[in-house]
Design a protein around this ligand. Structure first.
Ligand SMILES: O=P(O)(O)OC[C@H]1O[C@H](OP(=O)(O)O)[C@H](O)[C@@H]1O
Length: 330
């Protein structure tokens, strides 16, 4: 059965970063599964429906490698499909309702993070953020509305310039934002009271994988004794890291840094575009989740609570096989 055009459009949108941000791509993935189920027109056979959904799940997961929110969203839906029994119509309903539940919980989590995180912002704070994170913005906007924030420094975040999205997002809520180049972070850090960033993936040891440059921001903040907060929903914690798997770092096309003509002219120059880096737990003061504020060293507890059910299965093999075993096997 053909994959619905709308699903292909979402997959392409995630790949090209028209749809971006760890939370947003997770919600888009859930939406893609929902649309796929609603548009299933294959044989009236539950086995065929499961195979079809597995293809969609694999397609969605393959779009971007680093943010674990994406496979975690797919796992959430596919695991429930795997457990369910019934005819095709019943299975479709399971996919649709779990996808909707994931999206709703995800949006609620962002709001809760805003309220919980805002309590940690000091009065008259100058805050610095990097890239564009919906979760970090939620903390900043909530704290601003509480009258706590006087100024936000937002990095440009080269090469994709997500800082411009942050600027627009925060400005729309009245937050005074100053854009700075990424290279000005150390210069400006003297004026900063607190750093708030998002996360794409959090490992079981509390290391945070986030937009390239985050680890430099955290290092500079550490040197200046400025606290670093990471705002992240619990579906950004990576269950695979419980068994020692490393988080893959996405390398994006060099043309996001320099135009193709430049590359053609300078054939002997290699242009690298790593999209994420890893900030060790020692450089993070707290992770703000929808369930509360934790030290990074407690990431393992979040993982055991949220994904403990999967641990035995994870130990038996790769994440894909395990979590989708009933559903993904073709
Ligand atoms: O879920 P929210 O908090 O919005 O975003 C989390 C993170 O996702 C983004 O990745 P990209 O811009 O998609 O590469 C940034 O690294 C950002 O900090």
């Amino acid at each position: 059965m053909e994959i619905p055009a709308k699903v292909l459009e979402i997959a392409e949108g995630i790949k090209t970063m028209r749809i971006r941000g760890a939370g947003r791509i997770a919600r888009a993935a859930a939406e893609a599964l929902k649309i796929a189920a609603e548009n299933y027109k294959g044989p009236n056979d539950p086995g065929e429906f499961r195979k079809y959904m597995s293809r969609i799940a694999n397609l969605v997961i393959s779009t971007r490698p680093t943010a674990v929110s994406l496979p975690n969203a797919v796992i959430y839906v596919m695991y429930n499909l795997g457990k369910a029994s019934g005819n095709v119509e019943e299975l479709k309903r399971i996919v649709v309702s779990t996808a909707e539940k994931f999206i709703e919980e995800s949006l609620n989590a962002v709001k809760k993070i805003g309220m919980i995180g805002a309590r940690r912002i000091k009065d008259n704070a100058v805050v610095l953020t990097h890239c564009h994170s919906t979760a970090a913005a939620s903390v900043i906007i909530t704290a601003y509305k509480m009258g706590k924030i006087v100024k936000v420094y937002s990095t440009e975040t080269r090469p994709f310039y997500q800082g411009r999205i942050t600027y627009k997002h925060l400005s729309e809520h009245g937050v005074p934002v100053t854009q700075i180049p990424d290279s000005a972070v150390r210069y400006i850090m003297n004026e900063v009271d607190q750093v708030v960033v998002g996360a794409d993936t959090i490992a079981s040891n509390g290391a945070v994988v986030n937009k390239i440059g985050t680890s430099q921001v955290a290092l500079v903040a550490h040197e200046a004794r400025v606290r670093v907060f990471v705002a992240a929903e619990t579906y950004k914690f990576s269950p695979a890291t419980l068994i020692g798997e490393l988080v893959p770092i996405e390398f994006r096309p060099p043309t996001e840094i320099v135009p193709q003509e430049w590359i053609d002219k300078h054939r002997n120059v290699e242009v690298l575009n790593p999209a994420f880096d890893v900030t060790p737990p020692e450089y993070i003061d707290a992770i703000i989740t929808e369930q509360g504020v934790i030290p990074p060293q407690s990431a393992i507890l979040v993982l055991l609570e949220r994904f403990g059910w999967a641990l035995e299965k994870i130990k038996q093999g790769g994440l894909g096989k395990i979590l989708f075993e009933e559903t993904l096997e073709e």
